[in-house]
Ligand binder design. Structure first.
Ligand SMILES: [Mn+2]
Length: 303
C-alpha cells in the first residue's frame, strides 16, 4: 500500500543521506559506524597515556567525555527487552513524535550520540523532528560546530533552540515544546542512547489514551567506561529531594507474570524498551526524567 511504499522510499533516502554525510563527524574529531570501542554496550577503555588526558574533562562533566569522543556516535548497544516485548506487534498507524533534548554544557560527543541513536532507532515515519534546547551553555563547541553539524548531517530534521539566559530544566523543556510540531512530545536528557523498538510501545500507549504520560524503563550507561548496564523493570518515583527513584513494580504486576505489561506508577507508566542514560552526571538538567506525552496534553496536567 501507499504508506508502506512511502516508508520504503523514506528508508532509501535515509541510506542515501548516510552515504553522503558519513565522515562529517571527522571534522569534529568524532567517529561514526556501529563498531569500535564500546560496541555492543561493552565497557570502553583508554590507553594509559589517554587516561591522563581524560582526567580534567571527567571532573568537569561528571563522566568520561574524553573516552566518549573515542566511542562511535552510532555504536551498537544490547537489546535487553524481555522476549515477549520483542514479539509484540504494533499498528503501522502510530502518531509521530518530536524528540526534545535539553542540555547545559554537555559534552558535544554525548549530545550527538543521543541524536544519532534517536535517528538510528526510531522508525523514519514516526520521527517528526529532533529539537535541541540549549539552556544557555558557555561551551563554544555547542554553538556553531553543533548547529552546523546537525543541519548538515540531518538536513531538515533538527531544530536548535537557544535560551538567552539560563531558564532551568522545566522552562527549557517548555521552550522545546513550543516549537514541536509532532503529535506526541518526548522529553529526554541529552546523555542517552535509544534501543531498538523503543518508540512503538510508547506511541501506542499514548494513541490508546492521549492523557497518558509514558516513562520508559531506563537502563544505565556507566559514567567511567560507557558500559550499558541492564536495570530491572521498575516504576518511577521521586524521593523527597526530588531525585528519581526506581521502585519495584506493584504486586499485581508481578502476579500477572507478564514482563511486557506496563507498570503503573505515581509518576507515569514505564515500559521497556529503554533509553539508557549516563549515571553520575552532574549537570543542571538532572531533575526529572525521560517521558513521552501528547503534545497538547503536556501542559494541561489538570485534564
Ligand atoms: Mn540524566
Amino acid at each position: 500500500n501507499n504508506r508502506f511504499r512511502a516508508a520504503t522510499i523514506l528508508g532509501a533516502c535515509r541510506l542515501l543521506s548516510e552515504a553522503c554525510y558519513r565522515g562529517l563527524s571527522k571534522s569534529l574529531g568524532l567517529i561514526e559506524g556501529y563498531g569500535g570501542r564500546g560496541k555492543g554496550g561493552l565497557p570502553a577503555t583508554l590507553s594509559p597515556a589517554e587516561e591522563e588526558k581524560a582526567k580534567g574533562p571527567h571532573e568537569k562533566y561528571g563522566y568520561n567525555s574524553y573516552l566518549s569522543e573515542k566511542i562511535s556516535l552510532d555504536r551498537s548497544i544490547p537489546d535487553y527487552r524481555p522476549t515477549k516485548c520483542k514479539e509484540l506487534k504494533y499498528s503501522k498507524d502510530l502518531p509521530q513524535i518530536s524528540i526534545i533534548f535539553i542540555f547545559v554544557n554537555e559534552a558535544l560527543s554525548v549530545i550527538l550520540r543521543s541524536v544519532h541513536s534517536a535517528v538510528n532507532h526510531t522508525p523514519t515515519h514516526l520521527l517528526k523532528e529532533i529539537i535541541l534546547v540549549d539552556d544557555n551553555s558557555d561551551e563554544e563547541e555547542l554553538k556553531v560546530p553543533l548547529e552546523e553539524y546537525v543541519h548538515k548531517r540531518y538536513p531538515g530534521l533538527v531544530k536548535v533552540v537557544r535560551n538567552q539566559k539560563r531558564e532551568g530544566l522545566i522552562r527549557a523543556r517548555i521552550e522545546g515544546w513550543k516549537v514541536a510540531t509532532g503529535q506526541v512530545t518526548g522529553f529526554f536528557d541529552a546523555h542517552v542512547e535509544f534501543t531498538a523498538g523503543w518508540a512503538e510501545p510508547v506511541l501506542s500507549r499514548i494513541q490508546e489514551n492521549r492523557k497518558r504520560v509514558i516513562l520508559p524503563s531506563i537502563d544505565n550507561i556507566k559514567q567511567d567506561n560507557f558500559e550499558v548496564q541492564r536495570y530491572e523493570n521498575s516504576a518511577h518515583g521521586y524521593s523527597w529531594e526530588l531525585w528519581c527513584m526506581y521502585i519495584s513494580p506493584p504486586k499485581d504486576w508481578w502476579d500477572a507474570g507478564d514482563p511486557s505489561l506496563p507498570i503503573r506508577s505515581v509518576a507515569g507508566e514505564p515500559w521497556r524498551p529503554t533509553s539508557p542514560q549516563i549515571q553520575g552526571y552532574k549537570g543542571a538538567t538532572e531533575r526529572g526524567q525521560k517521558m513521552g506525552c501528547d503534545r497538547i496534553m503536556a501542559l494541561q496536567p489538570g485534564q
